[in-house]
Design a protein around this ligand. Sequence first.
Ligand SMILES: [Zn+2]
Length: 690
Amino acid sequence: MRWPLPNGRCLVVTAFYLLPTPPRCTVLLNRSFKTWLLALPALLLLLSASLPPACSTNAPKAERPASAKPAAAQTTPPDSSLRGYFLFPIKPGKPNLLAASMGELRPNHFHGGLDIKTDGGVDRPVYASAEGYISRIKQSSFGYGNVLYITHPNGLTTVYAHLNHFKGPVAAELLKRQYEKQTYELELFFQPGQFPVTKGEIVALSGNTGGSAGPHLHWEVRDAKDNQLNPLRWGGFAEIQDHVPPTAVMVAVEPLSIDGRVQGRFEKRLFTPTGTPATGFTVADTIPASGTVGLLLQAFDRFDNAWNKNGLQRIDITVNGKPLFSHVIDGIGFPAESRQVNHHVDYEYMMSGGRTMEKLWVDEGNTLPIYRTGPSKGKLRVEPGQVYTVEMRLADSYGNTTPLRMVLRGVTADYWQTRSAAVARPTLRYDVLRNILRVTVDDTAKQAPNLTLLRDTRQLQLKPSYTDQSRSIYLYDLRAGLPDSLRFPGLKKAQRFDRQVAIPAGIEQLFANQFMSLTFSPRTVFDTLYLQTAYKDGLWTIQNARTPIQEALRVTLKPPVPVVDKARSAVYMVRGNAKIWQGNKWEGETISFATRIFGQYRILTDTIPPSARLISKGANGLVFKVGDNLSGLASYALTVNGQWRRLRFEHKNSTLFTERQDTLGPALRGPATLRITDQAGNEKVLQFTL
Ligand SMILES: [Zn+2]
């Protein structure tokens, strides 16, 4: 198989496994030096002259957003009969503010609904958005916290999360069942007719429970298939005003093919657009590119009177007037589709400390239904001599749009750039971008030598793909086979290539060696993974945290030295100083767990019981401060006069506390015992008299 390279160079890849010495590429190298920079100012002038008037869709300031334009066409058009169907669940009829919109790009999920501000406090009345019945409630210290679901006659369900308290008969039912099961963390499902609600009925008080960083109501609308719908898709709410178009923060262009170059390089290049939401945004530079490239964007939207940076709902891109790509984030399947946000954004870049940027093409393995593209899937093939005027329209749910313009110019990829003063000593490093191995060498030679890829006794000579100052960059498509090591003239030792095997997406794969075995489901990785594992001194490394996992990876670790206290030993993910419990399923001398984060793992033994102390007792009940050194809290139980009393757990401040709303529990008087255990089975017993 021949991989065509720019400038007529070639790379013979089938030779890799067949021939001890690969045939030399005979085509001469093109050393001409391109002067694309000269063309820049003229193009720029043309560009700014043809900018359309900004913000042409600004809706007039109106009392009701009925006059605001609805979000443009959806993948499934919203049912217009639902306009006005839902009552706003906080302070209906009064101005409200949002801290987050639906579809915002969060770690591991698209934000599933609206975060409605509650004036910085808790216990604000939460109103049922429409008639229906309470179909589900859950009380928990994690995730959605205390959450209530109302199913409506039209099949839609509204979700009210991070609540402080439930109200009415359902709260009494929950308490009763908690006492029956002697647990605080409980989830209940109900049938129609058990707990009917009317539109506008107060069903709960708002809070800050679960994975919430401040008091607010998280409110979702879901369809019968658990798709999280944008609650603003039916014309918005009078309570929420939005006349502010989105703001572009950064754009990027990234090569997607081995012959792809942006500004001469095989790397993502960032460009700061200038402008304002009112005038639109422009990237001032004309960007020279070649091969297949993709666009990336960082942007945000604001609602009126709020400073929170929210997500966009829609992006449309045309190139030279022809549609290239669009996406509308108006409905996301929960939870599987939502997790694909890790593939919608450039995860590796984000996790390397970079920005959160959306990829504006449909990447390999991305099955989200939010995109509309042609056969190119939003990738742009750039031909030499052609000019590509890219126009993006960034839109929010209220139809406010912001144009963003940038121009790419197709150039012939330069092979030679200037060679600057030689460095003292050659150094070699490499990384893997999609299927491409990129080797970067700082070398001392006046003319960049070949890099040799070795596998067993076979070798492949690689010419530099391009040079950049004293640096030479070699590109190789790993689909042609993985090398064992890399050798470069002037470097004493061959450098080992640490990727062991390609794990394609879409099929189940097993990887095993003497230290571990890994089971990849067809959906564990989004795209082909070039697996890297290591074991040293009790530390297992599986890839790195910059690679996203979609569906859990099953891991079995095989400790070379038997672990003595298995009952209290578990696998922990090690991240800086943090040690996060993963699992403790022992089978003989091996231990298994499932993870959705690659990284480094250790087997650690927790022999220290958790801590607990009573920090307050009085009219408001009891408050305990609890903690654990390693494995974390597993269970807790308070008995007063031998009777179980409900405790509420708040992980954010490590407290357990009784509540006044608890009318079923024993009076807080007499001998009492608090028992808490950690996940290693260590127990702490606190005895006291009230
Ligand atoms: Zn939320």
